[in-house]
Design a protein around this ligand. Structure first.
Ligand code: G1P
Length: 294
């Protein structure tokens, strides 16, 4: 039987340069899609998948993330005195339980692989989930939940993948598909940000992973790869020589909120999904003379 996955790592140290000036003093993970910060979507998804311990790899300027996952007594008291019970319940529901969060810092921006490695002592010798909070999903059940179901059958390492436009492969890690079924198959290789004509497929790694702890010692020795950064993809490619990697082509769709277009689209789609917003929002959209803008 596969060892249960109880811990999730959230790398939140990135500088968010693509969203300046919004992210000059505010972490990009606190940008909101409708009324929830990006990081909250990732934490909710992890919780739905049964995760109990939330590990954040932060950096300078990221203190608000820690505050976001703490209680705010003054605010709670005010909401209580104003009988805003719904808002109060919403805040409490979002909060991980006491002692179930950990924060560590990535001191230098050396890449995703290095950020994950920074969590090694907190995670210890157990499998863990990794969620990149830039990527949020419209999926039911959540993507990590779907991957956990696959993991219970296969064990090893599990990577969430989705098809992208061939013009976009050079923005992501891309996998080599091996034998298996349509939605769950062996991964035989992977490459970080390949050129379009060198990409082995258009199945890209969309920011959700279940990894075995042996990845940490490989990350410790990993040399710089694509973009001069220590790449998680390169360490996974090495681990593939020793352990099984399964690709899960989950049901659902990713929104890459690390890009302006993905972020804006996510706001529209998630607003349209909300019972309390949809009708009014559609009315406002209809009033816009979009032909004028195009
Ligand atoms: C990282 C990973 C890449 C993955 C992507 C998903 O790249 O290295 O394999 O496809 O996240 O967002 P980054 O976005 O940090 O350049």
């Amino acid at each position: 039987m596969s060892q249960r996955v109880r811990t999730a790592v959230f790398p939140v140290a990135g500088l968010g340069t693509r969203f300046l000036p919004a992210t000059k003093a505010m972490p990009k993970e606190m940008l909101t899609v409708v009324d929830r910060p990006l990081i909250q979507y990732a934490v909710d998804e992890a919780r739905e998948a049964g995760i109990e311990h939330f590990v954040f790899v932060t950096g300078r300027n990221k203190g608000v993330i820690e505050d976001h996952f703490d209680r705010q007594f003054e605010l709670e008291a005010t909401l209580e005195s104003r009988n805003k019970t719904e808002a109060l319940e919403e805040l409490r529901k979002d909060l991980p339980s006491a002692g179930r969060t950990s924060f560590t810092r990535q001191q230098e921006p050396l890449g995703l692989g290095h950020a994950v490695w920074c969590a090694r002592d907190i995670v210890g010798n157990q499998p863990f989930a990794l969620l990149l909070p830039d990527m949020i999903f419209r999926a039911k059940p959540g993507v990590l939940r779907q991957m956990m179901d696959a993991y219970e059958e296969t064990g090893g390492n599990v990577i969430g993948v989705e098809e992208c436009d061939w013009n976009d492969v050079s923005s992501y890690g891309v996998v080599v598909r091996g034998e298996g079924e349509d939605r769950s198959f062996r991964i035989n290789g992977m490459v970080e940000k390949p050129k379009r004509d060198e990409a082995p497929s258009n199945l890209f790694i969309s920011g959700r992973y279940i990894l075995q702890p042996e990845i940490f010692s490989l990350l410790a020795e990993q040399t710089k790869g694509a973009g001069g950064e220590i790449q998680l993809t390169d360490a996974m490619q090495t681990l593939m020589g020793q352990q099984r990697f399964t690709g899960v082509k989950y049901q659902g769709k990713v929104f890459d909120c690390g890009s302006k277009l993905g972020f804006l689209t996510a706001n529209v789609v998630f607003a349209l999904d909300r019972e309390d917003i949809r009708q009014g929002f559609v009315q406002e959209l209809r009033k816009l003379d979009l032909d004028d803008a195009i």
